[in-house]
Design a protein around this ligand. Structure first.
Ligand SMILES: [Zn+2]
Ligand SMILES: [Zn+2]
Length: 157
């Protein structure tokens, strides 16, 4: 038991040291952080697809939406990510007509560290919208609200 736990801690450490988003979360890159607290950080997408395009990531290395469970812990983490993203876009793009918040699902995720895409639309150029289309049960992009429904604890006390 102890061996297995130690092994998984070692694996997580190895993963996180090679993960670019973990490095950003630990402020060990030159990336400007738009928001930072003990749970999440936010920064601009390096290759923005919209007027404003931010990413919000958990400090903890969680690979993908598939690794989130129906639990109050994961639910409150994702809610917090969404709140931070909404706050930033309301501050930086108060006049945008549309906002969009969501996650890529495997195998369409580019970086294996959970990240919430936050857009103040329109997409620039417009064809970029295709990267963020929902492809239903087969994957693609999932809106943050949909994901929250999926992981919402069944009985909240
Ligand atoms: Zn990571
Ligand atoms: Zn992505």
């Amino acid at each position: 038991m102890i061996g297995a736990a130690a092994k998984s801690v070692a694996m997580a450490a190895a993963l996180s040291s090679s993960c670019i988003f973990c490095q950003i979360a630990r402020s060990s890159t030159s990336t400007t952080l738009l928001h930072q607290d003990d749970k999440v950080v936010a920064f601009q997408d390096i290759n923005p697809s919209a007027f404003r395009h931010y990413l919000v990531i958990p400090v903890e290395h969680i690979p993908t939406v598939r690794d989130l469970k129906r639990s109050s812990e994961d639910f409150s983490l994702v809610s917090h990510m969404l709140n931070v993203g909404q706050g930033l876009l309301q501050r930086d793009a108060p006049h945008a007509k549309h906002y969009r918040y969501g996650f890529h699902q495997p195998p369409f995720n580019s970086v294996n560290h959970l990240h919430l895409h936050c857009f103040a639309l329109p997409f620039i150029p417009r064809w970029k919208a295709i990267k963020y289309l929902s492809l239903g049960p087969f994957g693609g992009f999932i809106d943050a609200g949909k994901l929250l429904e999926r992981i919402k604890p069944l009985s909240s006390i």
